[in-house]
Design a protein around this ligand. Structure first.
Ligand code: MTE
Ligand code: MO
Length: 406
């Protein structure tokens, strides 16, 4: 007689994690059977997201915040956007997780167990701004294909992990190293095991920065599955596509990494400005590196009502890729005149900066509050859509909210 097969212990642990309590008779769950509580397809409960988050796609899962949801200094998971290119890995067993460092430019490839990474190297925590290169895409005309992000594909959580540079130093890299590329455990939408959904990276100089982490915690907890549990590369200030989730290996390359979504028009923009709709050949496209200066008004929500004579306190964040934001200004007269808002220093390099303004309005009526940040090099957010590009990246136009004084 054939023995009936039951779910493996590791699977049981991950099922219990989803349900949130112990599955008392879990040992008797037939293999292949998914308990009802785990058949959840509601993305809000599935990913612990706030109901006000906006789902842009369910295969793969893509979800964005709204401006007023991003008011916290440190973004909690419930308001953090999700950008997936493929299928989230299932049945992750943290105890079996390994990271391999290989590629042309390592002296000898090396594999670490996750626990070994945690034990052997010093831990660091940084608050890091992650913005999808396509944030703001929905405004481009002619329209660009892809997720129609409005303004909510940005977050600034606290990440804890080990420094990539410490691991690369431990492995030993050759002088000809120019780039690193990540490989991960998510599946291509076609489920073809030979295809990767995405495999991007950064120049070696960015890889060696203090803040470039191999993270295993987000906001002090294990990273939520949708955001890369149990190990994630985090490269703050650069397009978030460089921050590989579910990290399994890093290749140290002697060429610019040529992984999936490094070429063509993926995460690349015309090296020189082009007219909207113009066809641009691949060799005229350049890889996006540091993200441009940008800001977001997170309080109040657009459409706010305020009583005549009262002062309105406005809050938001500003960030500028690798740079610091030097100045935050606002206008309530459609850009005719600008006043300076108070802007705080970042919690650390590559974290967004909080700003506030106390605004009084001359009389009853409709107003708009426009925010405009300037980086330390003097680059300022454009009032309207910046340079058109085929995939609709890098829209850093001023954010605006409507305010009615009653
Ligand atoms: N393995 C893997 N890493 C990934 C992706 C992915 O699809 N697979 N998406 C990238 C993109 S395009 C973005 S914008 C960020 C999104 O990170 P988040 O979902 O944690 O907000 O993850 C990046 N890292
Ligand atoms: Mo992205």
């Amino acid at each position: 007689m054939k023995r009936r097969s039951f779910v493996a212990k590791s699977t049981l642990a991950s099922l219990a994690a989803i349900v949130g309590v112990d599955i008392v008779y879990g040992a008797f769950i037939p293999s292949g059977y998914t308990p009802i509580a785990c058949q959840d397809t509601n993305p809000f409960t599935l990913f612990n997201k706030d109901e006000a988050m906006v789902v842009l796609n369910d295969r793969p899962w893509n979800m964005e915040a709204q401006a007023h949801l991003l008011n916290d200094r440190v973004t909690p998971n419930k308001f953090m956007f999700i950008r997936n290119n493929g299928l989230i890995p299932e049945n992750i067993d943290e105890r079996l997780w390994t990271l391999t460092i290989n590629g042309e430019s390592v002296l000898k490839s090396k594999t670490y167990r996750l626990q070994e990474l945690k034990d052997k190297f010093k831990h660091y925590t940084y608050q890091l701004t992650l913005e999808c290169g396509g944030n703001g895409r929905s405004e481009f005309n002619p329209p660009a294909k892809g997720n129609q992000w409005t303004i909510g594909a940005v977050s600034c959580a606290k990440w804890t992990g080990v420094r990539l540079k410490d691991i690369l130093t431990d492995v030993g890299i050759k002088d000809d190293a120019v780039y690193i590329g990540y490989h991960a455990a998510d599946q291509h939408l076609s489920k073809n095991p030979n295809k990767e959904p995405i495999s991007r990276g950064v120049p070696i100089s960015k890889a060696m920065q203090d803040e470039t982490l191999l993270a295993f915690k987000m906001n002090g907890e294990p990273i939520p599955v949708a955001h890369g549990f149990p190990l994630r590369l985090v490269c703050g200030g650069w397009p978030a596509s460089t921050s590989g989730k579910w990290l399994t290996s890093i290749s140290v390359r002697n060429i610019v990494h040529d992984g999936e979504k490094m070429g063509g028009s993926s995460y690349r923009v015309p090296c020189e400005t082009v007219a909207p709709g113009e066809v641009v050949s691949d060799d005229q496209m350049c890889i996006i590196e540091s993200m441009p200066v940008k800001s977001l008004i997170t309080y109040p929500k657009s459409g706010a009502l305020i009583e005549e004579g009262k002062t309105l306190k406005i809050n938001g964040h500003a960030w500028a890729g690798e740079l610091e934001v030097a100045k935050m200004e606002y206008s309530i007269d459609f850009g005719r005149s600008w006043k300076t808002a108070k802007i705080n220093t970042p919690a650390n390099r590559l974290a967004w900066q909080d700003f506030e303004a106390h605004v009084s309005f001359p009389k009853k009526g409709y107003y708009e509050f426009w925010g405009r940040a300037t980086d330390e090099n003097g680059a300022t957010q454009p009032m309207v859509l910046p340079g058109w590009n085929p995939k609709g990246y890098l829209n850093n136009a001023c954010h605006r909210i409507a305010v009615k004084v009653i």
